[in-house]
Design a protein around this ligand. Structure first.
Ligand SMILES: [Mg+2]
Length: 290
């Protein structure tokens, strides 16, 4: 049986999923019925991450060098950004029950889940949803707000381990180029290796060791952009490893780069009912400690 998140238990559940996931953990269920974090097995994480580092070839020899990382819900936790927007909506719209929203009350990409966890009934959550979503939409995809993102546990250390093993880091994200400054600001605070940007499709091919690929068109389709990036990556020297939380995207990496260490982040996703391919292992975060 899944654990259901409710207002009283959310903080405990939120922390527990980051530390206690293990064999047989069925994941957590949000008020709207989505289930997350039921796939990764904590005890296997260290081995999965070490295999990814071992897939990196020698810089002067043969073998693939590039490790590709998605950002949202892969290297970065967006919940501080989301919670700030919720609190600002509370002030702007007089929705006092949302005023003290913490990151732990962000449990999915459905703002109605957050409203429910802040004490709204399902009907009340539904009635404020259109204005809530619009308020969120006009802020979430901006440089100012994305600077609030926090690192996923162990991400900074793992990225440094990639460089230490002679690998290259390519951050491949659906974020548009206008979010670049805030993205790099969050990298700086998180201690991530800082990239050259904007690079990727539409820009001259680069041999920089750390690159940030941003979507040129804010209105562009994320799936299409990732496919374009995958095609560009296929022309590079080779992909050692790829990490993404979105099942559609991580599956596409595996289909195109069958020999790479393709790894799913079992954090959250857009809610589309797409199963992760059987051959792809999942991790909860980048912590090498078990
Ligand atoms: Mg993502």
């Amino acid at each position: 049986m899944e654990r259901t998140i409710d207002a009283a238990a959310v903080i405990i559940v939120g922390q527990a999923t980051m530390t206690k996931n293990s064999i047989g953990d069925p994941g957590v269920k949000t008020p709207s019925g989505q289930v997350f974090r039921g796939r990764a097995i904590r005890d296997q994480q260290r081995q999965i991450l070490r295999r990814a580092l071992a897939a990196i070839g020698h810089p002067q020899g043969s073998g693939p060098l590039a490790c590709v990382f998605d950002l949202d819900s892969t290297l970065l936790d967006n919940r501080p950004r989301q919670a700030r927007i919720v609190r600002e909506f509370a002030e702007a719209a007089g929705q006092t029950r949302l005023r003290d929203c913490t990151p732990e009350r962000i449990v999915s990409w459905d703002l109605r889940d957050t409203a429910r966890l802040c004490g709204y009934s399902a009907d009340e959550a539904e009635s404020i949803y259109p204005a809530f979503k619009e308020f969120w939409r006009s802020r979430f995809f901006t440089s100012d707000y994305c600077a609030d993102d926090a690192p996923i546990a162990g991400a900074g250390e793992f990225l440094k381990a990639v460089l230490g093993a002679g690998g290259r880091i390519i951050y491949v994200t659906g974020r548009h180029v206008g979010m670049g400054e805030g993205t790099v600001e969050s990298f700086r605070r998180a201690g991530f290796p800082l990239p050259h940007w904007p690079l990727g499709p539409g820009q001259p091919v680069s041999a920089e060791t750390v690159q940030l690929w941003l979507k040129p068109d804010p209105a562009g389709d994320d799936d299409l952009w990732k496919e374009t990036c995958h095609a560009a990556l296929a022309e590079a020297r080779g992909i050692a490893a790829a990490f993404d939380n979105e099942p559609t995207h991580v599956n596409a990496y595996k289909r195109r780069f069958a020999d790479a260490a393709v790894i799913h982040l079992d954090t959250d996703h857009s809610g589309r009912a797409v199963p992760v391919l059987e051959s792809i292992p999942s991790i909860i975060d980048f912590s090498l400690e078990t």
